[in-house]
Design a protein around this ligand. Sequence first.
Ligand code: ATP
Length: 231
Amino acid sequence: MLSIRNLEAGYGESMILRNVRLQVEPGQVVCLMGRNGVGKTTLMKTIMGLIKPRKGAIAYDGQDITAASPDRRAKSGIGYVPQGRDIFPQLTVEENLLLGLEAGSSRKSRIPDTVYDMFPVLKEMLRRKGGELSGGQQQQLSIARALVAEPKLLLLDEPMEGIQPSIVMEIEQVIEAIKASKRMSVLLVEQSLAFATSIADYYYVLDKGTIVAEGSSSSLSEEQVKKHLAV
Ligand SMILES: Nc1ncnc2c1ncn2[C@@H]1O[C@H](COP(=O)(O)OP(=O)(O)OP(=O)(O)O)[C@@H](O)[C@H]1O
C-alpha cells in the first residue's frame, strides 16, 4: 500500500529525516511514535508531498509517487488530516465536508452517509460555522472531511492531541470502524501506548529523524516505550 525507502527530507539546509523506511500494508493501522520534535510531522508532510525529499523513494499502491504533487496524491486516494484541526472556521460544517469531496479521489457528488454514521454530531451541526465547534468537534470535522473522499490510505497527525477524553474515545471508535471495514489503511502519529497496543497492528518509533524500533503492536512493551519515548 505505502512503501518508503531510504527517505531523506528536511527544510532548506537542515535535514530532519535520515534513511527512513516504513511500510503500511492494505487494511493495516500503523502507529508512528516518537518524542516531540523528532520528525513525525515532517514525515507525514513528505508522504503527502508537501515537502520534497532529497533522497529515497515513496511508493503508493504500486506506483512511484516520490515526485507527485500533493493534489495528485490526494486524487489517487491518500487522505491527510494535519496536526491541529485545519478546518475552515468561516465555512459551515457542510461546506467544509464538501471541500473534502473536491480534494479526493471520490467521484461522488454527495457526502456519503457512512461519514455521518461515524460522526453523528456533525449531522446535527451542518449549518453551523466550523469555528463555532468545540476543539474536539473541529478535530472530528477535520477527520470527516478527509473520509468524505473515501481515501485508501488515511494519514492522521496526532488526532487525539489536546482533546477531551469522551471525544478521544469517539475518534478511537472511528479508527476501529475503519479498521474493521478493511477498506482503508491508516498511518497515524500517536504517543499513547494504550492506543498503539489496542488498535494499531504495527508500530514504528522515530528518533532524531530515523526509525529506531518497529514491530507488531502486541510486542510493544512498557520497557521499549521507556527506552525510546520517555523524555
Ligand atoms: N517549517 C520548518 N522549517 C524549519 N524547521 C522546521 C520546520 N518545521 C519543523 N522544523 C523542525 O524539524 C524538526 C522536526 O519537527 P516535526 O514537527 O517534524 O517533529 P514532530 O516529531 O512532529 O514533533 P511534535 O511531536 O512536537 O509535533 C524540529 O526540529 C523542528 O524544529
